[in-house]
Design a binder for this molecule. Structure first.
Ligand SMILES: Cc1cc2nc3c(=O)[nH]c(=O)nc-3n(C[C@H](O)[C@H](O)[C@H](O)COP(=O)(O)O)c2cc1C
Length: 195
């Protein structure tokens, strides 16, 4: 059976970000379930704010093309994000917007048909969950296959043990289900392009 390739990143580049810890917990669970996981940080893909004049003048930035190619080389995507004012943080939205433009110049659509799973985290009680409704809608507009199960980590400062594992049994079960479903869908809808 082919090994599913899953790309994992967080919607924050803050040092010590809770969403990075959530992404790490997802990475470990995916690997335990047999996936070949690539863990990246958006800090390595700096992008200017989306501006159509800039796009017209200079084209899609190389970092957006790199990110799009990386996504294309995977069967599925897992994003762990915080929420800002109950919505998507600009860093993440900006990266998605640029990547969604790559098809115009590169002739392939990096997001269409690709399976995606969402996680969120916050030190508050809402767990960043409200932002995921918006993130889900944006990714669906980009024709991604976003799975229903998601894992949202509330009171994130106390949610992880010293090994980075989720302390709460309920959250561990949620994460296990997210990863299992993502792997299933990623193989079902695989649109992977070998680099
Ligand atoms: C502009 C802004 C808006 C925020 N809005 C929310 C919010 O709506 N809900 C929430 O739980 N936390 C909110 N926060 C707090 C973030 O959840 C918190 O800073 C979190 O640690 C950021 O995620 P990270 O740890 O992954 O970097 C907001 C933070 C910023 C900077």
């Amino acid at each position: 059976m082919p090994v599913p390739r899953i790309l994992v990143f967080a919607g924050s580049i803050r040092s010590g970000a809770f969403s990075a810890r959530t992404a790490d917990a997802a990475m470990k669970e995916l690997a335990m379930q047999g996936a070949d996981v690539t863990r990246i940080s958006l800090v390595d893909y700096p992008l200017p704010i989306m501006d159509q004049d800039l796009e017209k003048e200079k084209g899609v930035p190389e970092n957006a093309v790199r990110l799009a190619r990386l996504i294309s080389g995977h069967d599925g995507l897992l994003i762990a994000s915080p929420e800002y004012n109950a919505s998507i943080p600009p860093l993440l939205k900006n990266a998605i917007d640029w990547v969604s433009r790559v098809r115009r110049v590169e002739g392939f659509h990096p997001l269409a048909g690709k399976a995606a799973a969402l996680c969120s985290s916050s030190d508050g009680n809402f767990a960043g969950m409200r932002g995921l409704y918006h993130l889900r809608a944006v990714l669906m507009a980009c024709q991604m296959e976003v799975i229903t199960p998601q894992c949202s980590v509330a009171r994130a400062a106390d949610a992880f043990d010293e090994d980075g594992g989720l302390r709460e049994e309920r959250l561990r079960r949620q994460m296990e289900k997210v990863c299992r479903t993502l792997i299933e869908r990623a193989m079902m809808f695989s649109t992977r392009i070998e680099p």
